[in-house]
Ligand binder design. Structure first.
Ligand code: FES
Ligand SMILES: [Fe+2]
Length: 403
């Protein structure tokens, strides 16, 4: 079923390639410059987006086995993810029930139990408090009432989402809008996590705009990979999540194939964004690999931090590992020295007040849709969140009046 959707997208891309067209929005979009730097706006985005919608915090490949865990800071919230003995993933605040210390240091590992570094209270992988150090001295406390505080969590398509609101009424499935069925075609469950690295950048929306933008490739990236890539894009969405794919004439090779004979590589080409903060760019050669970029706002409106994860379909041999290491180094260079270096200067320029607005063109439909969803969520009450995701599951805001 979802493969049919991939083929439909490929056919639309091919039709655009053969006609020499791309999707265009009917109008330009003007976004107020202050949306990229005003503190009040930024705080609203933190509260109403990052603290309310599910965030992709980990991949299955990072924690595939029972006892595997990952501790991390997610938009200012310390989170602990754990794979239990039965194989399911659970998420908790990384916070001790005694006096609130962070239990595990940031990073991934494997363990039988979580022991707090402050006074050695101990929890099992399911978050139950199993031991209080010097229990007699401390006093009799009902351990069953002092488990780690759980957070909503869902593992799908080899990816793990967590909502940073323990009382969320938005089912993670509803938020995914069917996009997970498409992402499942990567088969990430069996992939290998090769390495991770971080890059500091500008305001999270300046950074994220760039992931949906192919328009800049031959210009900003003229000295690296840009000249090899087309700069035209079509946008396909499932709720707020968007796949960015260029009109590729090479798809003609498969147009008469039966659905089962379409190879998965060209069907998954392009950039897969997952609202509000993930981009997955795929590569071919020696097996498939992707760079999954996980973007979080920093501690101020003008900063962000991106963790890049390099995932490989096959566990690499020595030669493949050396090539992957080089490619990953190159990708960091491109993002740090080209995208984010430009973004940090753009941030300063926007803050200078020289322009009241920025403009997204008719060829930048990804930005139209993304900013519409940001605005929509800022204006949605907690109780209406699920309804909004159901209502706009198939709407592309930039393209609603024609493509
Ligand atoms: S704060 Fe964790 S054991 Fe005291
Ligand atoms: Fe770029």
């Amino acid at each position: 079923m979802s493969k049919d959707q991939l083929i439909e997208v490929a056919k639309q891309n091919l039709a655009h390639a053969q006609a020499g067209t791309i999707q265009q929005t009917p109008d330009f979009l003007k976004v107020p410059a202050e949306h990229y730097y005003a503190t009040e706006r930024w705080q609203a985005e933190m509260d109403k987006i990052f603290k309310r919608v599910p965030l992709l915090l980990a991949t299955t490949a990072e924690m595939p086995n029972p006892g595997d865990y990952k501790a991390m800071d997610a938009a200012g919230t310390p989170v602990l993810l754990s794979r239990t003995p039965s194989g399911e993933v659970q998420a908790f605040f990384n916070m001790c029930s005694h006096r609130g210390a962070q239990i595990m240091p940031e990073g991934v590992g494997n363990t039988h139990r979580f022991t707090c570094p402050y006074h050695a209270w101990t929890y099992n992988l399911q978050g139950d408090l199993t031991a209080i150090y010097a229990n007699k001295d401390f006093g009799d406390l009902d351990k069953t009432c002092h488990s780690l505080t759980p957070l909503p969590c869902l593992e799908r398509a080899g990816l793990i989402w967590v909502t940073l609101n323990q009382n969320s009424t938005l089912p993670i499935e509803t938020f995914l809008s069917g996009y997970d069925a498409l992402l499942a075609h990567f088969n990430f469950e069996g992939w290998h996590h090769f390495a991770s690295q971080t890059v500091e950048g500008p305001n999270w929306k300046i950074a994220y705009d760039g992931y949906m933008d192919l328009y800049h490739l031959p210009i900003l990236h003229k000295d690296t990979f840009g000249p090899d890539y087309p700069n035209r894009a079509n946008y396909y969405n499932w709720g707020p999540h968007q796949r960015v794919a260029g009109p590729d004439p090479r798809l003609a090779e498969y147009q008469d194939h039966a659905p089962e004979d379409w190879p998965i590589g060209p069907l998954m080409a392009g950039v897969w964004t997952i609202f509000p903060h993930i981009s997955i760019a795929s590569f071919e050669g020696g097996g498939r690999s992707v760079m999954l970029s996980q973007l979080f706002p920093g501690t101020t409106p003008g900063t962000s931090i991106t963790t890049q994860h390099y995932l490989m379909e096959n566990t690499p041999d020595e030669a493949a590992a050396a090539a992957a290491k080089e490619q990953f180094k190159f990708l960091k260079y491109v993002v740090q020295e080209e995208d984010y270096a430009t973004g940090l200067k753009q941030q300063k320029a926007l803050e200078s007040g020289g322009k009241s607005h920025v403009i997204f063109g008719k060829n930048e439909g990804g930005g139209h849709h993304f900013h519409a969803w940001v605005d929509l969520l800022l204006n949605t009450k907690d109780d209406d969140l699920a309804k909004v995701f159901e209502q706009y599951r198939s709407t592309h805001f930039g393209l609603t009046t024609g493509d």
